[in-house]
Design a protein around this ligand. Structure first.
Ligand code: AMP
Ligand code: MG
Length: 357
């Protein structure tokens, strides 16, 4: 098996096949350092995905437990399916009354709302009525009628989300409205775990939440952590390698969750303007950003926008970089990644270009 195939083995479809993330981590671990002192690693299933945390610290064993507890705590706040989650309570009280929420939920709703406004509503945390109609939450997929979509779309308008910071409450004005933090919760969770570990003195760690990466520091030998950017059309391949030091790398792609009906593929990233899966000409968007929350929201939003609008948005901001894989077979990286991204897609007929400001 050649090097490229070996490192990427099991990378693809991590949301569909839970075993593959572990395989990928194994390959990565073997590659990077198999006999490090104080290297602790654990894999678990949470937030509907496989998570692997690697911590380099003498107290790594306990820290892994702390990290997992933090993830569970956040999942219990943000899940749209767990009975007692705060998001569930907000949704169940839509059109009725405000719900008291924790500081984490309030902060994430506020950030989600802000990023929705900044991205021209390409990112919409009130998208749940439509996501549910497509059956993506319960995995009971079906194509809704246009009539259903037309009826539900007005309920996804974020103006109907009322946050009261003084009382720490959240209220959805109209019955039938519902919050879905699925596009941002894993990024937020990686930020919180990163903070927790740093507070406890961790200077080197790699958090993988379903293939989304958050790097603390660099590897113990001083080299950057490395991760692969998946080839969206070949689950056993990747289009390039990214180096990461103290940053998060988060990918959204239609290949990650989808169903097929009458020979057509429908994926889980909804264009809030139409209520249909976004057909923007992109296969995937990878965001590199210090903030995992922002990286997660932007990966979803820029996928909806399409390459041209996404590049304009990138040019108007200065706190993230991106890699786009297009349906036309192009891999486009923004210029800040010039030295940290290595294109490897030649064998698959991808072409590569660097986008400049
Ligand atoms: P991600 O994998 O981060 O791109 O998030 C996709 C998930 O976010 C979906 O499974 C939905 O739960 C939710 N979602 C879908 N479309 C949007 C959107 N336009 N804005 C915000 N969240 C969305
Ligand atoms: Mg996202």
């Amino acid at each position: 098996m050649n090097f490229k195939k070996w490192i990427s083995f099991g990378l693809a479809g991590c949301f569909l096949f839970s075993g593959c993330a572990a395989q990928r981590e194994q390959a990565q671990a073997a590659l990077e350092n198999s006999q490090q002192e104080n290297r602790y690693e654990a894999t678990s299933f949470a937030m509907d995905t496989v998570m692997t945390f690697t911590i380099i610290h003498e107290d790594g064993e306990e820290l892994l437990i702390d990290a997992e507890q933090e993830i569970r705590r956040l999942e219990n706040l943000f899940s749209v399916t767990l009975d007692d989650s705060e998001v569930r309570q907000i949704n169940e009280n839509a059109g009725d009354k405000p719900v008291h929420v924790s500081a984490d939920t309030l902060a994430l709703l506020k950030t989600g709302e802000e990023l929705g406004e900044k991205t021209g509503n390409a990112f919409d945390i009130a998208i749940y009525p439509v996501v549910k109609a497509w059956g993506f939450t319960e995995e009971e997929h079906s194509v809704p009628s246009q009539e259903t979509i037309d009826r539900l779309l007005p309920l996804t308008n974020l103006d109907g989300l009322i946050l009261n910071e003084e009382d720490s409450t959240a209220y959805l004005e109209k019955e039938g409205m519902a919050i879905d933090l699925g596009g941002v919760a894993k990024g937020y969770a990686s930020d919180r775990v990163k903070d927790l570990l740093k507070e406890k003195g961790v200077e080197s760690a790699l958090l993988s939440l379903g293939g989304n990466i958050c790097a603390i520091g660099s590897k113990p030998d001083g080299n950057p952590w490395k991760t692969a950017v998946q080839n969206p059309i070949d689950e056993n391949d990747y289009v390039g390698l990214l180096e990461a030091t103290d940053t998060c790398i988060i990918t959204s792609g239609g290949y990650q969750r989808y169903f097929e009906e009458d020979g057509k593929r429908y994926h889980h990233i909804i264009d809030p303007a139409t209520g249909w899966p976004a057909e923007s000409g992109l296969l995937s968007v990878t965001i590199v950003c210090e903030s995992g929350t922002k990286a997660d929201a932007l990966s979803t939003a820029l996928f909806v926008m399409g390459l041209e609008d996404a590049l304009s948005y990138w040019k108007s901001q200065n706190d993230f970089e991106a890699i786009f894989v297009t349906e036309d077979g192009e891999v486009v990286a923004t210029e800040g990644l010039k030295d940290s991204f290595t294109f490897e897609g030649k064998d698959n007929d991808f072409t590569y270009r660097l986008a400049e400001r």
